[in-house]
Design a protein around this ligand. Structure first.
Ligand code: TYD
Length: 133
C-alpha cells in the first residue's frame, strides 16, 4: 500500500556560507517532474489540503518555516510528518489523504509528477476511504 516517506537530501555548503539543495528528476526524486508550485502567507489557524490524488505523486518541502502533514492511506494508516528543514522532503504517492498546517512564515514548495488536473483530486473524505482502484 502507498506510504508517504521522508526524503533527506544533501545540503551542499557550510553554516558560514549557506547551503544549496538540489532535486534532479529520477535521480533523487522518483518521478518525472512536470509541475512546480509554492504556497505562502497561509494563516496559522488554517488547515489546508483535505484531499487525495488519484495519480499524482509529489515531493514537498518547507523551504521556509515549519509545515506539518497528517496523512492517511487506503489501509487506514495514519502518519504525521514534520517538515522543519529545507533539505527534508516528503514524498507523497498517489491515494494519500493529507491535511496540512503551516507556521506563520512557512513557504511550501511542491514538485509534482503531473500537470494540474482538477479531476485527479478526491476532495470528499468518504469518497476517499471507499475509493476502489
Ligand atoms: P489545492 O490543491 O486545493 O490547495 P491546498 O491543498 O494547498 O489547499 O489548490 C487550491 C486552488 O488552487 C484550487 O482552486 C486549484 C488551484 N490550483 C491550480 O489552479 N493549479 C495548481 O497547480 C494547483 C496546485 C492548484
Amino acid at each position: 500500500m502507498n506510504k508517504p516517506k521522508l526524503i533527506l537530501l544533501d545540503k551542499i555548503g557550510a553554516s558560514d556560507l549557506g547551503f544549496i539543495t538540489v532535486v534532479e528528476t529520477n535521480k533523487n526524486i522518483p518521478f518525472n517532474l512536470q509541475r512546480v508550485y509554492w504556497t505562502y502567507f497561509t494563516p496559522q489557524d488554517v488547515i489546508r489540503g483535505g484531499h487525495a490524488h488519484k495519480e499524482l505523486e509529489q515531493v514537498i518541502f518547507a523551504v521556509s518555516g515549519v509545515i506539518i502533514f497528517n496523512t492517511e492511506n487506503l489501509n487506514g494508516e495514519r502518519e504525521k510528518f514534520i517538515l522543519d528543514n529545507p533539505s527534508k522532503g516528503l514524498y507523497i504517492p498517489k491515494l494519500v489523504w493529507r491535511d496540512i498546517q503551516f507556521s506563520h512564515n512557512a513557504v511550501l514548495l511542491c514538485l509534482a509528477s503531473e500537470l494540474y488536473d482538477e479531476n485527479d483530486y478526491i476532495r470528499d473524505y468518504n469518497e476517499f476511504i471507499t475509493y476502489k482502484f
